[in-house]
Design a protein around this ligand. Structure first.
Ligand SMILES: NC(=O)c1ccc[n+]([C@@H]2O[C@H](COP(=O)([O-])OP(=O)(O)OC[C@H]3O[C@@H](n4cnc5c(N)ncnc54)[C@H](OP(=O)(O)O)[C@@H]3O)[C@@H](O)[C@H]2O)c1
Length: 276
């Protein structure tokens, strides 16, 4: 299948290019700014794909609080235009969203029919993007994922490795729990999903659940890093954007491809991070 991919330089964009079977025409922002309607139409008409994957997004969660218009332009308006343009051409659209559409009040894992209630501008802009895609292209797959990491792009795991190189101890939030997910494992699930014809909303994450502190402890053990991990409450680490306390994702579907556990996701991160 010939796939047109936006956001090619991001974590997921990179993972899709590496792990996707078949032809991927991968365009990063200079070649395709998804916020431009003209650029979107040009990309579709020039490359004539059979399906489109939108991995571009405004993902700076804290910056979105002070730049809400830019967050909505990229996370809501751009997917709306892309959904309309793909629908006009009869193309399926695979679009990504986030666990940050939830408020974290539910202690149980959230499935596809849990009611979203975003706490942050980022979460609200992503929810608006979901709604637009759902309304404008019936042949959509909306994939909500969470806490993504890739060995070659900035993310929480890379930050914690860097901190370990200069600190004897790190203080890490222990009362925020989610679904850490390998972008490479997620990319493996996308071809079966696109072939399934099972349109709609899908929660796709590595299995299990962890706090940021659990994730750090496991990472340091795997890498034999001696840095101590001190658990702290989120209240001791104020950030501009509020985040859900508990946003573990689960699915009601019987997916064609089940992702491995979050620990296996970290194992893959470590193996690839340490590779020359
Ligand atoms: N990261 C996470 O933990 C996480 C969690 C849940 C869901 N998600 C969702 O998963 C998807 C992929 O996230 P990611 O972690 O791969 O993000 P990422 O690493 O931040 O990559 C996003 C990419 O989008 C590009 N981009 C931003 N604005 C653009 C525009 N107007 N036109 C074209 N490209 C643009 C960025 O380019 P620049 O570098 O030039 O800005 C960047 O390369 C997003 O939909 C995100 O909301 C991510």
């Amino acid at each position: 299948m010939k796939i047109l991919l936006s956001g090619a330089d991001g974590q997921l964009g990179l993972a899709i290019q590496e792990r996707f079977p078949g032809e991927v025409i991968a365009l990063s922002r200079p070649a395709w700014d998804i916020a431009s309607l003209e650029a979107t139409r040009r990309a579709l008409d020039r490359h004539r794909p059979e399906a489109v994957i939108n991995a571009a997004a405004f993902t700076a969660v804290d910056a979105a609080e002070s730049q809400p218009e830019e967050a909505y332009r990229v996370n809501a308006l751009a997917p709306a235009r892309l959904a309309a343009a793909t629908a006009e051409r009869g193309l399926p659209l695979l679009h990504f969203s986030t666990d940050y559409v939830f408020d974290g009040a539910s202690r149980a894992p959230c499935h596809e029919f849990h009611r979203p209630a975003p706490l942050s501008v980022y979460g609200a802009s992503k929810l608006a993007g979901e709604e637009a895609v759902r309304g404008l292209n019936p042949r959509h797959y909306i994939v909500r994922t969470a806490w993504l990491h890739h060995p070659r792009r900035p993310n929480f795991l890379r930050t914690m490795v860097q901190l370990a190189q200069r600190k004897e101890e790190v203080r890490v939030i222990a009362d925020r729990v989610g679904s850490p997910t390998s972008a490479l494992h997620l990319a493996d699930a996308l071809a079966p999903l696109l072939e399934s014809g099972d349109f709609g909303l899908h929660h796709l994450v590595n299995g299990g659940q962890a706090s940021w502190c659990d994730l750090t402890v496991y990472l340091y053990q795997k890498m034999n890093l001696p840095t101590r991990t001190i658990p702290i409450p989120a209240a001791e680490y104020p950030q501009p954007a509020p985040r859900p306390a508990h946003s573990v994702l689960t699915t009601l579907r019987d997916p064609p491809w089940r992702l491995p556990s979050w620990q296996e996701g970290v194992d893959l991160f470590v193996a690839r991070f340490q590779a020359p």
